[in-house]
Ligand binder design. Structure first.
Ligand code: AMP
Ligand code: ZN
Length: 478
């Protein structure tokens, strides 16, 4: 069995396969770098990371391209609000994104193109679309895609025509500010947006006047330049991108190039908080740092975000994080029991975590099959704990333990899980919390117990417990 995955376009599970002699061409819509990515964004990026790892363990070479969205309404608006150039602003958030990715043990993509680096390619794409009758310039110098010119429009999301009127909203739900009366149809979307005063310095020259590309166009241009104009094998993103973003990518690319943009569409369901999608606009988000400050290690966060089936929404809760913490502890105890048999220390585990799969996953065969069968991480973890429950290390000799460590190590690689990292990666309480704890300690020394208790309660409310020691105190996440 090779890797099977649900394809949004055909609404069926299909085998993933690269073109003969080629790496699998995998493109993912990347982050909009206007603030820290939240863990909802990371759910999507982590699931993509797990799929790539599963493909690698399965023996498929992957060319993984994930872009940086550094040019859209949000990056422009926010950079201006902070009095920074767009480049300075987006570089800062791109670097922060990279740090979080590394901390979450995500493999870096093979290529990470950005929208600003691809303005000329986007202009060429628009010219081609105008020449072929799929786009038209409006009087104000904006250019629109003519949706009625593309018969297959809506085929990915199975849209009915009447629903197309919501087309002119961007991913954040804000209404596109393009002048509607300039468009032939409300469904038409902007490929080029004429310069506006609020764009500040962020405009480029084009055959239609100064302005900037519309958001959807960037991925069509970056896919073309990153994969040499070939049809790609796999395209990923959160389910919210299916319409209109991916539908528009298909329209732009297929009308310009007369061949399919992509063979297989991979959408992941959202991370939810109390019934609503985690999103910046709803203000219900957590970042990786928020959770680390509460004492949850990056691996606990990673485990939590990949443990559920990717096609189902995942509800974020602190109970879920605690459950992941104990699951990781169980995996660590299991690794310890095998390493004891081989006579090796914990540092030897890294040598077993590898994309080079063993011929036979042995007792972990079911866990590995679950990953190849539509990336069923939940079933995979269930199968792993089924094996652990039977305490298999007890009956193994050193060679048997090594073989089992190899299979277990390949599963850890596929899931991107590192063990024994909690102590190393745990960070101290933030400065504000430490200052409060110090004040509380001083109040206690001064025998101002009312003040000391009030500060202890305040710390508790902020999620920290004070443990008094003989000559000082320690802070623990509560
Ligand atoms: P953005 O930074 O808004 O461009 O989004 C980056 C990626 O995160 C996209 O693939 C989105 O679909 C995805 N995404 C946004 N919110 C969530 C969420 N709550 N759960 C899962 N994925 C999300
Ligand atoms: Zn995209």
């Amino acid at each position: 069995m090779s890797v099977q995955l649900y394809d949004t376009h055909s609404r069926s599970i299909q085998t993933l396969a690269p073109q003969p002699g080629e790496p699998l061409r995998f493109y993912c819509c990347g982050p909009t770098v206007y603030g820290p990515a939240h863990i909802g964004n990371f759910r999507t990026f982590l699931i993509q990371d797990v799929l790539r790892r599963v493909l690698e363990v399965d023996g498929t070479e992957v060319r993984h391209v994930r872009n940086i969205t550094d040019l859209d309404d949000k990056t422009i608006r926010q950079s201006q609000a902070e009095g920074k150039s767009l480049a300075e602003f987006t570089t800062h958030w791109t670097e922060k994104f990279h740090t979080d990715c590394e901390t979450l043990n995500m493999l870096p993509p093979s290529l990470e193109p950005s929208a600003v680096e691809h303005i000329p390619q986007q202009i060429v794409l628009i010219e081609t679309l105008i020449q072929k009758g799929h786009a038209y310039a409006a009087e104000d110098g904006s250019v629109y895609f003519r949706v009625s010119s593309f018969e297959n429009y809506g085929s990915l999301s199975k849209l009915k025509q009447r629903e197309l009127k919501t087309q002119n909203e961007n991913s954040a739900g804000a209404v596109n500010d393009a002048d509607e009366y300039d468009r032939e149809s409300v469904a038409d979307f902007a490929l080029w947006k004429a310069r506006k005063p609020e764009d500040g310095d962020n405009y480029w020259a084009s055959p239609w006047g100064e302005g900037r590309p519309g958001w959807h166009l960037e991925c069509s241009a970056m896919i073309e330049s990153s994969f040499g104009g070939q049809t790609i094998d796999l395209h990923g993103g959160g389910i919210d991108l299916c319409f209109p973003h991916h539908e528009n990518e298909i329209a732009q690319s297929e009308c310009a190039h007369d061949h399919a943009l992509c063979r297989h569409w991979f959408h992941s369901a959202h991370l939810m908080v109390e019934g609503e999608k985690m999103s910046k606009s709803l203000g219900n988000l957590y970042t990786l740092n928020d959770l680390r400050e509460k004492g949850f290690s990056p691996m606990i966060v990673r485990y939590t975000l990949i443990a559920g089936s990717y096609r189902q929404q995942l509800n974020f809760t602190f109970d879920g994080l605690h459950a992941s913490q104990s699951a990781l502890t169980k995996l660590e105890r299991f690794a310890d029991s095998l390493l004891k048999k081989t006579g090796e220390g914990r540092e030897a585990l890294a040598g077993y975590i590898s994309a080079d799969a063993p011929e036979d996953f042995g007792r972990f065969a079911k866990a590995w099959d679950a990953l190849r069968n539509n990336l069923n991480t939940a079933a995979c973890l269930g199968a792993i704990f089924g094996v652990l429950g039977a305490n298999p290390a007890a009956s193994l000799d050193a060679d048997g333990a090594r073989a089992m460590l190899r299979a277990f190590g390949s599963l850890l690689y596929a899931l991107g899980l590192e063990l024994f990292t909690v102590e190393e990666k745990q960070i101290d309480a933030p400065a504000e919390i430490q200052a409060l704890a110090q004040q509380r300690w001083e109040a206690k020394q001064a025998k101002d117990f009312a003040q000391a208790d009030a500060l202890r309660d305040e710390l508790l409310e902020k999620g920290w417990v004070i443990k008094d020691r003989k000559d000082g105190f320690e802070l623990e996440p509560g």
